[in-house]
Structure formats: structure tokens, C-alpha cells
Design a protein around this ligand. Structure first.
Ligand SMILES: *Cc1c(COP(=O)(O)O)cnc(C)c1O
Length: 381
């Protein structure tokens, strides 16, 4: 049996195990320690953030961000609709309500014009949201500048969910470093991983030290255990921070490898009728964390699901593009501004195997199986 070709798997470099060994050697097997401090500093340097707090997941980082901004019961929070549920779940944890916003075609991310219209309307009604959560999807930055300036006009803090966009740029800078708070994920399928982990960044050092405080059970400065606020157990293990330090050293290589995957797919599958790749917006450099495309079933001769199933039969894992959150049963009662573009991307969009550890042979197999779906349908006409 041939080995399955998966969507995105961990890819360790040469230093991760050495850092982990150092944690064992010094017995720093704790949710604090020298690797955590160094990981935060090295992360800030690499992406140009002011301050960072390493936490147990990207979801935890989003939860802390909302809490730090003061989102609470009864508040509305505007949020990209085309994303993973982890973006919006913490809005619910805070007792607030997400209002979803559709994508644009240029970046597949939040449409600044829709945000503008929606905020102007909410302003007239005196019902502005408490925060905007902006997602940078599949390794591509959203169009941050107009979104940030709209948010600033209404005095609404911007939280950037850059879980999928570490290593990308927007006008030369890292997405995640523009808003009041940015978050990243080191889950196993992300561009670099600590097996599980996340980072919260902000230019405001007080926000980040408050994040560390809340992430370690909100313990007051006292010799005994004293608590004046409800906190969480959200800090990253020093062992896992060691993995993160190793992974930071290879981030550039991982980005290059994923972009190479895209180039190879695009130069082959891009020639097939009805296949269109996720565009790279002119304002930045995408990492192609996942290579995504849309299918025009009439032109191609098969639809997205037929392709996905045909590849699955060859042990090749692909995934539909994120199901928009406004279509999710759990968010059925939430408002959505627009939605047709995200719905179309979901209906016709497919993510191809995109790991930085894929071999040319793996890519070749994917291309062959994908092309065969087209060839077979053509022959059956
Ligand atoms: C992965 C991901 C998250 C959540 O990160 P975890 O570390 O898995 O909690 C949040 N938002 C997006 C867009 C993601 O892809």
C-alpha cells in the first residue's frame, strides 16, 4: 500500500530536539522557563512585534485578546466569516455575539467595503461592535490598511487572527502586528508547530503582561495564593517552547517550500480548464500555507466533491475550503453581512496537500490523480 499524502504535517528541523533536551537537562518541565522567554523574544524579533506572550493555543490567544479588550456579555464582535470555528468560538466564551463579514475575491479575506458600510450603519444606530476580528486566511494577509483605518475612525480595536499567516507579509510587514492585538497558532498543521501552542502579540507591553497574568490563573502579587480576577491555565510549556525555538529557525525555508508547492501545482494544474488558484493579492506576499483552488465544474467536467473523493481513493488528502461560519449550525442565529462570496468559495474551493515536507514525487502523484479526474470525465462524454 502506498503511503498517504496528507494535507499539512509537522516538519521538524535540526534544533528542536536539542532545545527539548536542554529543557530536560535543566529540569525546566514547566509552563514557565528560559525557552518560553526566549521563544517570545525571538518571535518578536522575527516578525517585528513589540511584545509577545506564548500560550497553549491560538484559540487561547484569541480568548485572551477578547478578554483584554473588554468584550463581555451582550457585546457584538465583527468577525470574518470564511475561517475556522476557532476564530469565533472565544467570542461565545465571552458571552458576546459574532456578526460575520464576507470575503472579497482579491484576498479571500474580509471585504473592507462591507466592513465600512456595516460600521457606518451600526454607528447611526448607536450599536457599534466592541471589536473586529480579522482573519488572514491560508497564508495570505487581508487588506489591513483600509480595515484598520475604518476601525480607527470608529474607535474599535482590531484583533488580527494570523494563525494561518505566520511568515506572510503585508506591504513588507507581518500580518498580526498592525492591530491592537495579533495572534498566531503553532498547532500541528500550521506552517511551524510546537505540537500545540499559540502566541499573542501587541505593541502595548501592558496588554501582553496582563495576558501572561490571566494565562497563569490571575495570581495576585502575594506570598499566598490570592486572586482578584478569574484567570485561565493558558501558558505554553517550556518543553514545547523549545520546539518552537527550533521551528522559528526554519520558518523562511518552510515558507519557500510551501510557495514552491504552489508554483508546481499552478504550472501544471493551472493549465486545466475550470481550475483557478487562490489569487495572491498585490499588497503582500502569501506563504501558501495551503494551496487552494476553485473548480468551475462545467469547464472542468467534475465538481469539487468528485475531485476530492477521487483523490481520497488514491490516499491523497484534500479538504474543502473552510465552511463559512454563518453557514455553521452552531452560528445559525448570527447575522452575516454579505456572504455569497464565502459561500461560493466553500462550494467550489479545495485545499491541496501543501506540507513543506512533501517530495516532488508526492506532488507529482497529486497532479497525476487530479489530472486523471479531468481526463476521465472528458473521455466519458
Ligand atoms: C488554527 C487556527 C486557529 C486556532 O489555533 P489553535 O492553535 O489550533 O487553537 C484560529 N484561527 C485560525 C484561522 C486557524 O487556522
Amino acid at each position: 500500500m502506498t503511503k498517504p499524502i496528507l494535507l499539512s504535517t509537522p516538519h521538524m528541523g535540526d534544533y528542536e530536539q536539542k532545545f527539548v533536551q536542554a529543557a530536560f537537562d535543566t529540569n525546566w518541565i514547566a509552563p514557565v522557563g528560559p525557552h518560553v522567554d526566549a521563544f517570545e523574544q525571538e518571535f518578536c524579533q522575527l516578525i517585528g512585534a513589540g511584545n509577545a506572550a506564548a500560550v497553549s493555543s491560538g484559540t487561547a490567544a484569541i480568548h485572551l485578546a477578547l478578554r483584554l479588550i473588554g468584550v463581555e456579555k451582550g457585546d457584538d464582535v465583527f468577525c470574518s466569516t470564511l475561517t475556522f470555528t476557532a476564530t469565533a468560538n472565544p467570542i461565545i466564551y465571552q458571552g458576546a455575539k459574532p456578526v460575520f463579514i464576507d470575503s472579497d475575491r482579491t484576498s479571500w479575506n474580509m471585504n473592507p467595503d462591507l466592513l465600512q458600510t456595516a460600521l457606518a450603519k451600526r454607528d447611526r444606530l448607536g450599536k457599534l461592535p466592541k471589536a473586529v476580528v480579522l482573519v488572514h486566511l491560508y497564508g495570505q494577509s487581508a487588506d489591513i490598511e483600509p480595515i484598520l483605518s475604518i476601525c480607527n475612525r470608529y474607535g474599535i480595536p482590531l484583533i488580527e487572527d494570523a494563525a494561518e499567516a505566520l511568515g506572510a507579509t503585508y506591504k513588507g510587514q507581518s500580518p498580526g502586528t498592525f492591530g491592537k492585538i495579533g495572534i498566531y497558532s503553532f498547532n500541528g498543521n500550521k506552517i511551524i508547530t510546537t505540537s500545540g501552542g499559540g502566541m499573542l502579540v501587541s505593541d502595548d507591553p501592558e496588554i501582553v503582561s496582563k495576558a501572561r497574568f490571566l494565562a497563569t490563573q490571575a495570581r495576585d502579587a502575594a506570598p499566598h495564593y490570592q486572586h482578584s480576577e478569574i484567570g485561565y491555565n493558558y501558558r505554553l510549556s517550556n518543553v514545547l517552547a523549545g520546539i518552537g525555538r527550533g521551528q522559528l529557525r526554519v520558518l523562511d525555508e518552510r515558507v519557500a517550500a510551501r510557495r514552491r508547492n504552489y508554483e508546481i501545482y499552478n504550472s501544471t494544474l493551472g493549465k486545466l480548464p475550470g481550475v483557478e488558484f487562490m489569487p495572491e493579492a498585490s499588497f503582500g506576499k502569501a506563504t501558501r500555507w495551503l494551496t487552494c483552488l476553485t473548480i468551475n465544474p462545467q469547464a472542468f467536467g467534475a465538481d469539487r466533491e468528485q475531485i476530492r473523493l477521487a483523490l481520497a481513493a488514491e490516499q491523497i488528502e484534500t479538504r474543502p475550503v473552510w465552511k463559512p461560519l454563518h453557514m455553521q449550525p452552531v452560528f445559525a442565529d448570527c447575522e452575516c453581512i454579505g456572504g455569497e462570496i464565502a459561500e461560493d468559495l466553500f462550494a467550489r474551493g479545495l485545499c491541496l496537500p501543501s506540507g513543506s515536507n512533501l517530495t516532488l514525487e508526492d506532488l507529482h502523484q497529486v497532479i497525476e490523480a487530479f489530472t486523471a479526474v479531468h481526463t476521465n470525465t472528458k473521455n466519458n462524454l
